[in-house]
Design a protein around this ligand. Structure first.
Ligand code: ZN
Length: 445
């Protein structure tokens, strides 16, 4: 907020500047007035709960925002700025934002008009220039709230409900994560693996996957934790891919949250610092959810002893399954560090760096859907093994039936007391025909 004094001062300065510009124009008629801020690019990220517009700026700028109704509009005036990109490239309309227009205002400002749906509320903030990103103006548009989101925390205390696994694809939207030599972005690999993993989990009766993000948009580390809590998840797998300067380095590693007082691990700490910086790239609204008691203690040591012990077990099982799938392993033991996304969750959670995207050979594999499936499969079997060991899943899940002469899906289903559809789902069968000798996994009854 500006006080009236600075406002009048700046408009005086502006008038002086305009006067100078008019004189310049008179002398050098070919030269146009120069706005000091260039709006160099604009990007749109559509998340399920909001839409994010990001404007790249050549330098930090002052802006003003106000709303107009009938029709519903949000107006942003960026002082002393010039649009040097074409916003027509944005894919609009999206669920919140209908269209975008802009033009020059008196005094060198650029006015951006967003045509939005009824009841949309905006939240804006500036992000400072970083190594990889310029100054940015972020405009988050939240749709009119329907019913309050149902709180599923209580659901976690119900007996006999499905096991809920939160699948967290690292990075997204403004934050590409690590980038390979051939430009493969970590955020794409993590989402592809996460989607495959979620599909595997959802095909298993008794297990349900929830995705922290299911598209190309950014979710702040705080909101990731909040979402996992709200969904009442029993476990979380956070998926990432690492990068280092040495191109030959390869292999997966599994991380858990460090206990306070654990031996500091320089490599793990550096990695945690890197992953924790995601908010800087992805853009976390500074005032967002600060007052939420669940997440206020994000940097405090709230992790429960139980969560840590079972995380360690989960991490070991995860490493074993990755090894069994013949994936190269970087560190043979789970490593520990203070990852923001793992803190304050008292459920077992691990962060898996699936490989090094900085290794061109591994980068090529990481972009391959078959390889992504191999990674997702081993994460899935690890989760199943973990919950079987915890007594939450019965060993029946690992029962197999070898097809004999005269067997049909229907007769096998009857024999095991399960449904034909469940057998098809678990074995990903597209057709009903079976071959003698074919091995089928039996779902839990
Ligand atoms: Zn990452």
């Amino acid at each position: 907020m500006q006080n009236p004094q600075t406002q009048s001062l700046s408009s005086l300065q502006l008038r002086r500047l305009t006067a100078v510009c008019v004189m310049m124009f008179a002398f050098f008629s070919a030269t146009t007035t120069q706005a000091s801020t260039q709006i160099k690019d604009v990007r749109l990220w559509t998340a399920p709960d909001h839409t994010r517009l990001v404007f790249d700026l050549s330098n930090s700028a002052e802006y003003e925002l106000f709303r107009l109704h009938n029709p519903e509009r949000i107006v942003i005036d960026i002082n002393n700025a010039k649009m040097s990109t074409n916003a027509a490239k944005l894919e609009l309309p999206d669920p919140v934002l209908l269209s975008i227009r802009y033009g020059s205002q008196k005094g060198n400002a650029t006015r951006i008009v967003l045509d939005v749906r009824e009841g949309v509320s905006p939240r804006t903030f500036l992000l400072k220039k970083s190594d990889a990103k310029p100054h940015r103006l972020v405009v988050d548009l939240y749709p009119k709230p329907n019913q309050p989101v149902t709180n599923n925390v209580m659901a976690s205390h119900q007996k006999n409900r499905d096991i809920i696994i939160a699948v967290d694809a690292g990075h997204g939207g403004e934050d590409p994560g690590a980038i390979g030599k051939n430009k493969l972005q970590e955020k794409k690999v993590t989402l592809a693996v996460a989607k495959t993993l979620a599909a595997r989990i959802n095909a298993q009766p008794g297990m349900k996957a929830v995705m922290v993000r299911d598209g190309d948009y950014y979710v702040s580390l705080r909101n990731r934790v909040k979402k996992v809590r709200e969904l009442g998840a029993d476990m979380m797998i956070s998926i990432h891919a690492d990068a280092v300067d040495t191109r030959s380095v390869q292999g997966a590693s599994v991380y858990t949250l460090s206990e306070s007082g654990a031996t500091p691990d320089r490599v793990a700490a550096a990695l945690a610092a890197k992953e924790n910086a995601a908010d800087e790239m992805g853009g976390a609204s500074p005032e967002a959810e600060v007052d939420d008691p669940f997440v206020r203690g994000i940097l405090g040591d709230m992790a429960k002893r139980d969560g840590l012990d079972s995380s360690e077990l989960l991490a070991n099982i995860m490493l074993n399954h990755l090894k069994e799938a013949n994936l190269p392993i970087k560190y043979d033991r789970p490593k520990h560090a203070r990852f923001a996304v793992l803190t304050t969750l008292e459920i077992p959670c691990v962060l898996v760096e699936v490989d090094y995207i900085s290794n061109p050979k591994r980068e090529r594999l990481l972009s391959d859907s078959k390889h992504q499936s191999t990674i997702a499969d081993s994460m899935y079997t690890a989760s199943k093994t973990f919950f079987t060991r915890m007594g939450r899943l019965q060993d029946r899940a690992d029962t197999y039936h070898t097809v004999n002469h005269g067997d049909s899906l229907w007769s096998i289903a009857k024999q095991y007391g399960v449904s034909v559809n469940e057998i098809r789902k678990v074995n990903r069968l597209e057709r009903s025909s079976l071959k003698v000798g074919q091995r089928l996994q039996m779902p839990q009854s």
